[in-house]
Design a protein around this ligand. Structure first.
Ligand code: PLP
Length: 359
């Protein structure tokens, strides 16, 4: 039996995608082999690699001056790749700290360049996104780094910050393809696939072409964007199977009607859950309303004991991985693209029964 999996990552994949992958598992498209067993230099794999790129470009409306890469090492590897590739002109970068991943990106940046905290919401345990304006950034910074959706704390930017021309880099791991984003406002976007668009093992990088041409000569070859661009992400053996599953997810999203269609579903799912929490007088979400994420929804019950009971009973009822991150406690429902609306309905129904039994 399939459960409703509210894990923050790896997250759920659409059942239709899993079934398609299953049906081609031992014989992909008449090749007589699985994508797992296929040479990354073979025609069928090249086709998958090209299709994944083309579909991502189409779905996100990525302008032609941007390169798309499928690389390894997770979003965390990009914390190093970004400063080593683009933080090389004045060796200065400004970071906005809105959670743990944003802070880890900053710490990694500080190893390679003069990293500065331009703003932080740590004073209120990352329950909001700081107000930003161009004057907060150093004019000679090589880039500004933000984490667009904060997976642990359940916050999201409402609009793209204005950096007055300084290249803007965004970690979109937990919201990529969940809603419309104007890619042209960013210099670089990266996202580990395992939250919203596929299995772990592959990370998407979308980068303005001109920024691929200024890597630090000491940058390891696997991290070099110019090297990956030149080789169409096939410099060495890529995570073929993960990229293939991403490709199937992208096909699925396109068939569904694209980003606008999935965005409408996502907004409806999130609204239902937040409306229920706000109206409950039992559950509380600590995030300032205008910064609430539509992907990750943290909430608490009246006590730590009830939180533990909630997580255990929900799990027994087929609603799994609802335990909050250790930094926040309580519960967290990650309701990525693949979480069906019925899953959110089932969660709300369970929350209401639990409340009545324990209030
Ligand atoms: C999960 C996550 C990461 C870490 O991703 P890995 O692929 O495990 O390195 C970084 N940033 C954000 C926003 C995340 O949600």
């Amino acid at each position: 039996m399939r459960v409703y999996n509210f894990s923050a990552g790896p997250g759920m994949l659409p059942l239709e995608v899993l079934k398609r992958v299953q049906s081609g598992l031992t014989d992909y498209n008449g090749t007589g082999m699985s994508v797992m067993e296929m040479s990354h230099r073979s025609k069928p794999y090249e086709k998958i690699n090209d299709e994944a790129e083309a579909l991502l470009r189409e779905l996100m409306n990525i302008p032609s001056g941007y390169d798309i890469l499928f690389v390894q090492g997770g979003a965390t590897n990009q914390f190093s790749a970004v400063p080593l590739n683009i933080g090389t002109v004045n060796k200065k970068a400004d970071y906005v700290i809105t959670g743990n991943f944003a802070k880890n990106a900053y710490k990694e940046g500080a190893i390679h360049l003069d990293a500065r905290v331009a703003a932080s919401s740590e004073d209120e345990n990352f329950t909001y996104i700081p107000e930003l304006n161009p004057a907060m950034f150093r004019r000679d910074a090589d880039f500004v780094h933000i984490c667009y959706n904060n997976t642990i704390f359940g916050t999201c930017y409402r609009n793209v910050p204005d950096t007055n021309g300084i290249p803007l880099v965004a970690d979109m791991s937990s919201m990529i393809l969940s809603r419309d984003v104007d890619v042209s406002k960013f210099a670089l976007i990266y996202a580990g696939a395992q939250k919203n668009i596929g299995p772990a093992g592959v990370t998407v990088v979308i980068i303005k072409h001109e920024l691929t041409e200024r890597a630090d000569p000491k940058c390891p070859v696997m991290l070099r964007y110019d090297n990956q661009v030149k080789n169409k992400s096939l410099y060495n053996t890529p995570p073929c199977f993960s990229t293939y599953v991403v490709c199937e997810v992208l096909r699925y999203l396109k068939d569904l009607g694209g980003i606008k269609a999935i965005q409408a579903v996502n907004e409806r799912k999130a609204k239902k859950l937040y409306d229920y929490i706000d109206g409950s007088t039992f559950y509380v979400n600590p995030v300032k309303k205008q910064f609430r994420s539509i992907m990750n929804v943290p909430f608490v019950s009246p006590s730590k004991e009830l939180d533990d009971k909630f997580v255990a009973e929900a799990s027994a009822a087929g609603l799994v991985s609802l335990k909050g991150h250790r930094l926040v406690g309580g519960m967290r429902a990650s309701i990525y693209n693949a979480m069906p609306e019925e899953g959110v309905d089932a969660l709300i129904d369970f929350m209401d029964k639990f409340k009545k039994a324990n209030a």
